[in-house]
Design a protein around this ligand. Structure first.
Ligand code: ACM
Ligand code: ZN
Length: 513
């Protein structure tokens, strides 16, 4: 059994051995040269060999002892690839650079785990068994969400998070950037968002959610830092999808700009976890011009074709008694506050569509009627996603039955660090099936799946890794590999090798029971 995660679609183990040695060259074209350099950078330290990258046209039989990266036009899936290891050469074929990148990740996992070591060695000849692999993902959205609001994480840590995603062939990093408890993205036109909205006065203790620690907490990412992250992710074929929460989870913004709330005053960045009653006023035009300013800057930072607008957990109590909100319900002929939320989301969708982007929101955006082109992210189980897909909308499945990585990984919670609750062992994540409950006609609307890391109880990078891995590796296989190929015992066997790799990469994964 080859120790590959996610498990490729087709593997044939052949006879023969390819040996990487001091003569091995990496053969590229102009288009693939950058990937060749990336591969060389991966192989050089742990072997001590030079791996020169040579631009050399069509692969030929006379070229011995080469690793060839070759683009061809016979791949339908831009992320698909073929990998051939023979005695004489290693060749990766793909239709797009994404595919070649994934072929390189597979090649990496075929090599001994020591190649991940940062220790520089001299003259170590790694061997590869001859093999033919044809591979492509089942789903195009293979994501992780990181909540940087409840707790912030250093840019360098997010880069490591991206590196590990790439190793697992995940391609979407959803960054949850605004919350009741903190606004984390610099918006130049509204500087109070970073001066005021990014700081809270205290944080609940992880061991006691009803008591505050009394310590100010906060910070934000500059636009420059976010652009750096977007570029870093793009080089690893990962799209960063920003989330700007509306209409709810927005009291931090109201603390800086109180005229955007129904009451108009008395707001503070929230300290306790949970849901805040104060939300953006849907009857005030200033709310929409403010949000258009925000999205204007967000779109300039994030090239993602799809933008997350939150939409979850928006209490309607303020809207029920707000004269402006009630006037809006009347003037727009809306039935109730649920329809007012839909009105809100539709206006934002129109703005995003007019600017060439699509909108995605949590499944509450179904309540009161879905915006015409919206994609739904299903989190309260899969029901919302099933309903949206059946109605012809695209969906991303992140059900809290399989994909909530802030939940406990063991029933023995006494021996786990404090978590929000719940119980999702790695086996449950592994059994995640994005299209479960959806008929084959509507199956193609399921773009894929994602694991969510909410960080109320996660306040260090080490804890973030502990909660993410190995569940994210199980998710990676669930969204990449064909269902018929999936077998938890097989995964568990292959995982041992991946965890050795993680040891070299200093990943604080949870040891499985
Ligand atoms: C969510 O977990 N509130 C989307
Ligand atoms: Zn209002």
């Amino acid at each position: 059994m080859l120790p590959l995660i996610p498990d490729p679609q087709f593997i044939s183990i052949n006879s023969g051995i390819f040996t990487l040695d001091t003569e091995t060259k990496i053969q590229v074209s102009v288009e693939t040269a950058k990937l060749g350099q990336m591969l060389a950078g991966l192989l050089r330290p742990s072997t001590g060999f030079p791996f020169p990258v040579v631009i050399d046209g069509e692969p030929s039989k006379t070229h011995q002892n080469r690793i060839i990266l070759h683009l061809t036009d016979d791949f339908e899936n831009p992320e698909g690839y073929s990998l051939f290891v023979t005695e004489n050469f290693v060749r990766i074929h793909a239709g797009e650079l994404n595919g070649l990148f994934y072929g390189i990740q597979t090649l990496r996992q075929l090599l001994p785990t020591e190649i991940e070591s940062a220790e520089v060695r001299e003259g170590v000849s790694w061997e590869l068994t001859a093999v033919t692999i044809h591979d492509k993902p089942q789903y195009q959205w293979r994501g992780l969400m990181l909540d940087v609001c409840r707790h912030m994480f250093p840019v360098e840590f997010i880069k490591k998070y991206i590196d590990l995603m790439a190793l697992n062939k995940l391609n979407t990093l959803h960054l949850h950037l605004t919350e009741d408890q903190g606004w984390r993205i610099e918006i130049k036109k509204h500087p109070l968002l970073t001066e005021i909205s990014s700081y809270r006065e205290a944080t609940p203790y992880p061991s006691n959610r009803n008591e505050l620690d009394g310590k100010a907490y906060g910070g934000f990412y500059t636009q420059e830092q976010l652009i750096e992250l977007v570029d870093y992710a793009q080089e690893r074929f990962i799209t960063v999808v920003p989330e700007i929460e509306l209409p709810g989870h927005s009291v931090a913004a109201l603390a800086a700009y109180p005229h955007l709330g129904c009451r108009g005053e008395g707001y503070a960045v929230r300290t306790f976890w949970g849901i805040e009653d104060d939300v953006y006023c849907a009857g005030n035009e200033d709310t929409f011009s403010f949000l258009e300013d925000v999205f204007g800057e967000v779109l300039a930072i994030f090239p993602s074709p799809i933008i997350h607008i939150g939409g979850d957990e928006c209490p309607k109590v303020r809207w029920e008694t707000c004269p402006k909100c009630q006037a809006r319900i009347k003037s727009e002929g809306l039935a109730d506050e649920d329809e007012l939320q839909s009105y809100f989301v539709r206006r934002i969708e129109k703005y995003l569509n007019n600017n060439g982007r699509r909108l995605i929101g949590w499944d509450e955006i179904l309540e009161g009627g879905l915006a015409p082109n919206a994609t739904v992210m299903s989190w309260r189980g899969s029901e919302g996603g099933i309903k949206a897909a059946t109605a012809g909308h695209d969906v991303v499945m992140t059900p809290n039955t399989h994909c909530y990585f802030d939940y406990y990984q063991s029933e023995d919670t006494e021996n786990e660090p404090p978590a929000i609750g719940g119980y999702i062992p790695v086996e449950n994540t592994y059994l995640f099936e994005p299209t479960a409950g959806i008929d084959s006609t509507h199956g193609p609307h399921v773009l894929g799946g994602q694991g969510n890391l909410w960080t109320e109880y996660i306040n260090t990078p080490a804890q973030a890794e502990y909660m993410t891995y190995p569940r994210a590796s199980a998710l990676a296989e669930a969204v990449w590999s064909a269902k018929v190929e999936r077998d938890f015992d097989s995964f568990n066997g292959r995982l041992k090798t991946l965890l050795e790799r993680f040891d070299y990469l200093s990943v604080n994964y949870r040891t499985i029971d």
